[in-house]
Design a protein around this ligand. Structure first.
Ligand SMILES: C[S@@+](CC[C@H](N)C(=O)[O-])C[C@H]1O[C@@H](n2cnc3c(N)ncnc32)[C@H](O)[C@@H]1O
Length: 358
C-alpha cells in the first residue's frame, strides 16, 4: 500500500474491540497465580515498545501477551513477525482475533516461556554474527513477576554461551520488572541497590533502566511499581569465565553485602585452607579486601573471578566446593553425633570430595 508521500504506508491494526472490551467479552479475570496485571492503556504500551528501538520489519518474541495490549503496540510499530508465548489458554481466542486482524504477522504459542525453545522459533536467516550489529529480533514482555528473575538469569546464561534466543546473535530485550529488581539490574558501583543481579547483567550486557510505571497503571493494581529495562548483549563480556563460575564468586561475595568483601570470598574455600586461599585470591586479584561488595567495580569482579579460576586450576577439587553443603553436613554431623567423615560417607561424599583439605 503506497501513501500519498510515495513511501510505504506503515501497518495499523484495523478497528478492534478495545483490550478492556476483550477482557469483558472473554471473561478474563486476572489469575493471581500467574501474576496477571494487565496494561490497558495503549499509550503506555506504545511507550514500552518504543524503548526497544525501531521495530520496522522486526521479528519479535513477546512473553506473556495476555489480552494483547502490548502485542497491538508491537504490531503497530511495524513488526513483521510476532511470536507470542502465553501459558494461560483463556487468552488464546482473543489473540486469534488479533492474528486475523494482522494476517501472517502473529504466531501464537500456547506454552511456558521457561521451557520454550526460542532457538527454534525463528528462521535462521535473521541471524547476525555476534561481533556485528544485533539482529532485527527483539524479546519484549510485561513479565509475570513470579518468572522474571529466574527468566533473566536463564537468558543471561544463554547470552554467555550464545544459546537459546542468542543463537541468532545479540538479540535485544525490553522487559518489565518489579521496580526494585529493575533498580538492582541497573545499579552502578557504590549505589545502595548494587547486588548480584547488577554484576550478572552488567558483565554481559549494556543495561538501561528506561522508566517506571506506577502500579496504578495496571489492572488489577499490583502492590509495587514496575520498571522497564532494556538489555543489549555486549560483543565482549566483561568477564571471560564460565557463567556458573562468575555466578558462584558473585553470589559468595554478596552473601555478606554489608561486610568487607573478603568475608564472602572466604566462603569459596574449605575451612581447613580458608585463610591462606582467601589471602592468595585477594592478592592475585589485587583487590582491597576491606572494600564492601557494593563498592566493587566490574573490573574488580573480573580480577576476582580470574584469580578464583587460577586457584581452581591449581586445585581442581575447589570448583565443586560449596560452603552451604559443608554447613549442611556439619549440621547433620552435630545432629547425629557423628564425625564429619562418617556423615560424608553416608551422604556419598568420596575421599576426593572438595570438602577434604586440598
Ligand atoms: C503481567 S501479565 C501481562 C499481560 C499483558 N502482556 C499486558 O501487558 O497486559 C503476565 C502474562 O504472562 C502470562 N504468563 C505467566 N507465566 C507465564 C509463563 N511461564 N510463560 C508464558 N506466559 C506466562 C500470564 O498468563 C499473563 O498473561
Amino acid at each position: 500500500m503506497m501513501a500519498a508521500s510515495g513511501k510505504l504506508a506503515s501497518f495499523r491494526l484495523p478497528p478492534l474491540p478495545t483490550v478492556g472490551e476483550l477482557i469483558k467479552l472473554y471473561n478474563l479475570r486476572a489469575e493471581k497465580q500467574l501474576s496477571q496485571n494487565f496494561l490497558l492503556d495503549l499509550r503506555l504500551t506504545d511507550k514500552i515498545v518504543r524503548q526497544a528501538g525501531s521495530l520496522t520489519d522486526a521479528h519479535v518474541c513477546e512473553v506473556g501477551p495476555g489480552p494483547g495490549g502490548l502485542t497491538r503496540s508491537i504490531l503497530n510499530a511495524g513488526a513483521a513477525d510476532v511470536l507470542v508465548v502465553e501459558k494461560d489458554t483463556r487468552f488464546i481466542p482473543g489473540l486469534k482475533l488479533l492474528s486475523e486482524a494482522a494476517p501472517g504477522k502473529l504466531r501464537i504459542v500456547h506454552g511456558d516461556i521457561l521451557t520454550y525453545r526460542m532457538d527454534r522459533g525463528f528462521v535462521a536467516n535473521i541471524s547476525k554474527p555476534w561481533e556485528e550489529d544485533p539482529p532485527n529480533l527483539h524479546i519484549i514482555g510485561n513479565l509475570p513477576f513470579s518468572v522474571s528473575t529466574p527468566l533473566i538469569i536463564k537468558w543471561l546464561e544463554n547470552i554467555s554461551n550464545r544459546s537459546g534466543p542468542f543463537t541468532y546473535g545479540r538479540t535485544r530485550l525490553t522487559l518489565t520488572f518489579q521496580k526494585e529488581v529493575a533498580e538492582r539490574l541497573t545499579a552502578s558501583t557504590g549505589s545502595r541497590q548494587r547486588s548480584r543481579l547488577s554484576i550478572m547483567s552488567q558483565y554481559l550486557c549494556t543495561v538501561h533502566n528506561c522508566f517506571t510505571i506506577p502500579g496504578r497503571a495496571f489492572v488489577p493494581k499490583p502492590k509495587v511499581d514496575v520498571g522497564v529495562v532494556h538489555f543489549t548483549p555486549l560483543v565482549q563480556p566483561q568477564i571471560q569465565q564460565p557463567f556458573k563460575m562468575v555466578e558462584k564468586v558473585v553470589r559468595s561475595v554478596f552473601q555478606y553485602r554489608r561486610k568487607h568483601c573478603h568475608k564472602g570470598v572466604e566462603k569459596l574455600f574449605p575451612e581447613a585452607h580458608r585463610a591462606e586461599l582467601t589471602q592468595e585470591m585477594m592478592q592475585k586479584a589485587d583487590v582491597d579486601p576491606i572494600l564492601r561488595p557494593t563498592e566493587l567495580t566490574i573490573p574488580q569482579f573480573r580480577a576476582l573471578v580470574n584469580a578464583y579460576a587460577q586457584l581452581c586450576t591449581q586445585e581442581p577439587g575447589l570448583v565443586n566446593y560449596e560452603y552451604r553443603e559443608e554447613l549442611k553436613l556439619k549440621h547433620l554431623a552435630r545432629k547425629r553425633n557423628m564425625p564429619m567423615d562418617t556423615v560424608m560417607d553416608t551422604q556419598g561424599s568420596t575421599p576426593q570430595s572438595p570438602l577434604q583439605p586440598c
